[in-house]
Ligand binder design. Sequence first.
Ligand SMILES: Cc1cc2nc3c(=O)[nH]c(=O)nc-3n(C[C@H](O)[C@H](O)[C@H](O)COP(=O)(O)OP(=O)(O)OC[C@H]3O[C@@H](n4cnc5c(N)ncnc54)[C@H](O)[C@@H]3O)c2cc1C
Length: 593
Amino acid sequence: MADTVSKKVLMGGEFLIKDSQPEDIFIPEEWNEEQQMIRQTVIDFVEQMGNKGKKIENQVELMTQAGELGFLGCHIPDEYGGMLLDTNTVTMICEYIGGTYGGFSTSFAAHTGIGMLPILYFGSEELRNKYLPDLSNGIKFAAYCLTEPGSGSDALAAKTRADLTDDGNAYILNGQKMWISNAGFAHVFIVFAQVEGDKFTGFVVEADSEGISLGAEEDKMGIKGSSTRQVFFENVKVPKENILGEIGKGHLIAFNVLNIGRFKLGALTIGGCKMATNASIKYANERKQFKQPISNFGAIQHKLGEQAIRTFVLESSVYRLSDMLKDRKDNLVAEGKSYSDALLQAAEEYAVECALLKVYGSEAADFTIDEAVQIHGGYGFSEEYMVAGAYRDARINRIYEGTNEINRILSVSMLLKKAMKGQIDIVGPAWAVQKELASLPSNDISEGKYGQEKKAVKDFKKMLLMVAGYIAKEQMDGKLNLKEEQEILMNVSDMMMDCFNAESVLLRVEKISNMDGKVFQTAHDAILQTFIYDATARMVKSATDALASCAEGDMLNILLNGVKRFSKYPAKNVKQFRRKIAAYLISQNEYTL
Ligand SMILES: Cc1cc2nc3c(=O)[nH]c(=O)nc-3n(C[C@H](O)[C@H](O)[C@H](O)COP(=O)(O)OP(=O)(O)OC[C@H]3O[C@@H](n4cnc5c(N)ncnc54)[C@H](O)[C@@H]3O)c2cc1C
């Protein structure tokens, strides 16, 4: 089933300067019958898996089953042995796999994402035909070898060498890779090495090649079921046909594959958030203290409400972005690009959004799981309950696929780079905001049910454009060197995240409110309003911190007045809203929003 719809879509970063409508986005309430059937298959797979994913020795069996069910090749075209489902269905499969325990989701993501995609995107036709069918069907597994003991975030500083043989037919690899997921059972390694000393290049290397050896399994804090080992290369001969892309262009592979890897991680974390929220609701309903279920208490309802808000917001943003990736890819295919080039370029287009959702998803999962432990009290600290393990498992998400610090910094620098290249005009809109600041404030509220929220989202974007416009101008005038101002970049990144999330949740709730009444719950309105209310406070804090870090005197006062002007969302009874959300979840005894 290939994607067929072609519609006008926002380009990367444009969410900051253009408005979207509910009909522009996909929401999970719109799954069609076929997608619902696939969803049930994933749910059944995850349920029958139970705790098996916690053990390394079970990974091959589980991955083989996933391959037989088509989950490993769901993003791979038929000609390479996959079943090419539409992008949103692939996202949904990731979501449910993300709800598994103990490390299976890492095995799955390392194989299907960073393991297989370099071959699909950059492999020759021969490499694709040789490797992708077995990798799609769970007959062989892949691992991705980028990190080294001395190079993690600074991946291009890798020291592993690849030297051409005298006959010119092969390369000899020497070096050491670190923290390699799936290393213990993978048949195929994607390896990055320096050709002629400094030409960073990707290779496909078979795991049984002479000269490859593995370190012991790492003794990790969490995801103990996933295999993580060092990989050593000692005079490993690799045919030159196994080069991915071009010599010296390995950075394109490493970074582009990470774009989609980050998006997938965002999708996987929805599963983690839902799993934790479900466990919390059920436990809070069962556990009695002071002669009543603890779900009766306001402090617990606050937690359940907040878990649901972050889960719902993450899900809204991930499926919105999934649909943008899908539409962009379809448009590129319609323009004559191959499927793999279209997929690659779509992910590159939305690199900013992918980085933002990786950060938000990993932090939302940490939050919901941490609160799940708290709701379980002392039992949450016991391995008898799955939340203890989930707490440790979730922690890795903020570290791999680029740490959250790197992703925050990247999201802003990539946006500014796009602006410098003329790919997106943020100067014009930022200038319009400056002009607006010189005029009298208008208290116009958009018409309709969500008028206040629509105005708040518009104002968030204005506040962000004001801050981003100011720092970009200071940079251009040579008064600020943003490379040395990471704290400001992190503030701006947090604002971008709130802008994307706030609009995504607004559009989703508005769309649901127009659907049949069974789908819409008052909890949806409560989620929207509570999120916007909290986001307003976060936006004010981030903007003020950023501005006070680089502006002074009258200029700072003008800008801070702008912050006030663009943060007029009224105070709301968020206590009551969270109670309303919790009451709904408690009545359902599970997360059904
Ligand atoms: C369980 C697990 C599985 C993994 N799987 C794989 C895999 O399959 N393949 C693979 O290639 N790698 C894998 N990794 C490696 C992972 O991607 C790296 O650990 C990660 O990129 C961070 O690199 P590092 O550990 O060297 O930390 P460092 O880069 O040393 O970072 C340390 C700290 O400094 C910060 N920092 C670093 N540079 C900057 C900067 N410029 N500005 C601001 N802050 C900075 C970081 O954010 C972090 O907080 C895995 C790691 C783990 C733990």
